[in-house]
Ligand binder design. Structure first.
Ligand SMILES: [Zn+2]
Length: 113
């Protein structure tokens, strides 16, 4: 369950940011998560809710934007995929390269001061 480690990391960063800005509360957190990381957004939200209890981030809304991977096929060109691809989603060829989709970043944190 690697969502727990990720949730803890996010919470640590968010709380440090909230303290630095002397926030009273964190209301929303926006994340971009690459699909290659195979994170279940619902599960990540659920775990985050749990570990954020009794912190400044209690009840904060976690908005997760999933970032697709870019598949570049020798025959078909570029396309996006919602999951890591071993073969071209169109022609099923193996002459592909997969780019991106491994992002894990906090886009913004909304705080109340
Ligand atoms: Zn193809």
């Amino acid at each position: 369950m690697h969502e727990l480690g990720i949730a803890e990391e996010i919470l640590g960063i968010v709380l440090a940011e909230a303290e630095r800005n002397q926030a009273k509360k964190v209301s929303a957190i926006r994340l971009r998560v690459g699909v290659v990381r195979a994170i279940e957004p619902e599960q990540l939200s659920f775990i985050f809710d749990h570990i954020a209890r009794k912190t400044l981030a209690e009840g904060a809304a976690l908005e997760i934007e999933e970032v697709p991977v870019r598949v570049v096929c020798a025959a078909c060109g570029e396309m996006e995929s919602r999951s890591f691809a071993w073969e071209c989603p169109k022609c099923k060829g193996y002459e592909i390269s997969v780019q991106g989709g491994d992002a894990l970043e906090i886009v913004s944190v909304d705080i109340e001061v």
